[in-house]
Design a protein around this ligand. Sequence first.
Ligand code: SAH
Ligand code: SF4
Ligand code: F3S
Length: 442
Amino acid sequence: MQNTIPPKTYRVKSFGCQMNVYDGERMAELLAEKGITPAPEGKEADLVVLNTCHIREKAAEKVYSDIGRLVKAGREAGKEPLIAVAGCVAQAEGEEIMARAPAVSMVVGPQAYHRLPDMLDRAVAGERATDTDMPPIAKFDALPARRKIGPAAFLTIQEGCDKFCTYCVVPYTRGAEISRPYKDLVTEAHKLVEAGAKEITLLGQNVNAWTGEDDKGRAQGLAGLIRALAQVDGLARIRYTTSHPADMDDAMIAAHGEVDKLMPYLHLPVQSGNDRVLKAMNRSHTADSYLRLLERFRTARPDIALSGDFIVGFPGETEAEFEDTLRLVDTVGYAQAYSFKYSPRPGTPAATMDGQIAKDVMDDRLQRLQAALNRDQLAFNNASVGQRCTVLVERTGKHAGQWLGKSPWLQSVWFEGKAAIGDLVEVELVEAGPNSLAGRLI
Ligand code: SAH
Ligand code: SF4
Ligand code: F3S
């Protein structure tokens, strides 16, 4: 590598989960502190951060093709950009990326990106650097203050995962479960609200495993943290994602019944409706224990919207076992859900299990599952028509005078009339589609 001119503009491209989106925002803040500004829309940036996801197949291949595209576009524009690879592919395959992609000058893991500014100085001096250390919490202490943000903000409260579901790379790419301290989170929540947030979504790979000590030294779980954040003036809404059924407790169920600011929405992945498959996945819950848990949430908060994650075609899954998943979906009636074809991840136990499922079988199962989930999502939206609710306005719509926001149940709602981004407006829901609803201002 040769010396280069320090970059003036950057672009951060985040893939994968909301934690990556949060990390992407924080990296942008670090670069802004160095006086580097976002590249204008449609212009090549001097520095590109690819904030990658490793959860399913082809993630690494996608990184290499993105790098190739950046180099080509840079050559055509007369200067190649500095490229940093961050996120979970960086953590899992950092050395390989360095060996295979000479255009990459920085590889930085999800727990080390606070060191990006230093790495950038070294990259400008012509040095290539990899940092995939996992120092707990250090990152958060080293990050700059939050900048002005939109009305719906993310706040990472917990990272990593100790669950080791047999299909999943997260425990390897994000490391062991760690919780950020209570005090830091309350402070960051205040800062987010000062910067314009009306809603905060608490993030973690396993967010309900969060534990901490409040200012009186008492042990607290996620429910205690939510109750504390509900005291923050100016904060109207609290959400959290993603949770694991095994870490749900009575306090969370009670919080959903009692804390007004906690939105009536629960994303609780189940993955499969069959107990043999769940056991092989090392999920530590059964279909029945999951359903009973959901019933308790529904008792505490009857209007709660339920969401989940599903994997079809886990090794050994039979047609009858898959049908158990369809049955579970019918029983729950999800408001919204994510479903995926099983993807073997190198280094995970499931990748070497017998009975890997053929692609056409997976395609067929995914299609049937998604048909059922789409049917239920539309039914949920249809059932909302006629209701009045608050919408948090997040952006302008396609047409002049149109606004887009979210209902308490995380549905996208558009409406026309006088409003501004960040407003909480009352609407009546008048028309439903599969992915959004139309509202009328009251
Ligand atoms: N921590 C969260 C999930 C993080 S990954 C939880 O346990 O709920 C998000 C989703 O990706 C998972 O819920 C799962 O449905 C899916 N997923 C993870 N690994 C996968 C794999 N190897 N193949 C297909 N889907 C996978
Ligand atoms: Fe992955 Fe399971 Fe941990 Fe979720 S709980 S991140 S699926 S290992
Ligand atoms: Fe992907 Fe890493 Fe999130 S693998 S889903 S970016 S934790």
